[in-house]
Ligand binder design. Structure first.
Ligand SMILES: C[S@@+](CC[C@H](N)C(=O)[O-])C[C@H]1O[C@@H](n2cnc3c(N)ncnc32)[C@H](O)[C@@H]1O
Length: 211
């Protein structure tokens, strides 16, 4: 290939990649887009995951074909909506647990406005008390609660994670120092394949339970 053609090809690939980044695939309806933007605008404590992490959660649920999904720490439902969109694709169901009663109400209302009540159930309460009440085992668990509790939550949920299931945890980069025992566990666990990715800047661990 001559040098000019090769440069043109490289330029085209670069433009395509840049375009893909600025316009993420998987369009949202204008209604869901507006609901997500509204949650973010009202989120003074910056509790919600980034949009990139939300998109990643949706992708994980869909690509794992996850049926039984649990979220620990739902806040006002931002990540719950992304998980619910994935569950709509996978034919799954999400249980989103939130300790703060006011936030749990907001989450339920936002999920209803997003038209996802048939796939996402918001459970108000302490996840340490609510998880044992859930029936069955889990295909995908997303943990985004108080960071020092991460190891305790992992130890509680791991026996109920299906082989081939995934355990995702948020903030493993920007709040790494608050969860050292958890990170040590998942990175050295003989029954897991673990990777840390960073779709946004907060960091997400993905641990696959080996069959
Ligand atoms: C970072 S926010 C979650 C944000 C949410 N995942 C999102 O992206 O929209 C953490 C939430 O976890 C909740 N939380 C903390 N400990 C909890 C527990 N033991 N059980 C249930 N929720 C808990 C807090 O009340 C808070 O709303």
């Amino acid at each position: 290939m001559c040098r000019l053609a090769f440069s043109t090809l490289l330029f085209t690939l670069f433009v395509a990649a840049a375009g893909a980044q600025s316009k993420p695939s998987g369009s949202l309806t204008p209604q869901i887009d507006a609901i997500l933007a509204g949650i973010r605008a009202a989120d003074k404590g910056q509790l919600a995951v980034s949009e990139e992490d939300g998109r990643f959660l949706r992708l994980m649920v869909a690509t794992r074909a996850a049926k039984s999904i649990v979220e620990i720490g739902a806040a006002s439902g931002y990540s719950g909506i992304w998980l619910g969109l994935g569950a709509r694709e996978s034919g799954g169901h999400v249980v989103a647990i939130e300790y703060d009663p006011r936030r749990a109400k907001e989450a339920a209302s936002n999920i209803a406005r997003a038209g996802l009540t048939d796939v996402v159930r918001v459970v108000p309460g302490d996840a340490f008390a609510e998880i044992p009440k859930l029936v069955g085992s889990f295909d995908l668990v997303f943990l985004d609660a108080w960071k020092p509790d991460y190891k305790k939550f992992f130890d509680m949920v791991y026996p109920r994670l299906n082989p081939g299931g995934v355990f995702l945890a948020h903030n493993v980069i920007n709040k790494k120092s608050e969860m050292e025992p958890f990170l040590k566990t998942i990175l050295n666990h003989p029954g897991l394949y673990t990777s840390v990715v960073s779709p946004g800047s907060e960091g997400m661990s993905i641990s696959y339970k080996v069959r």
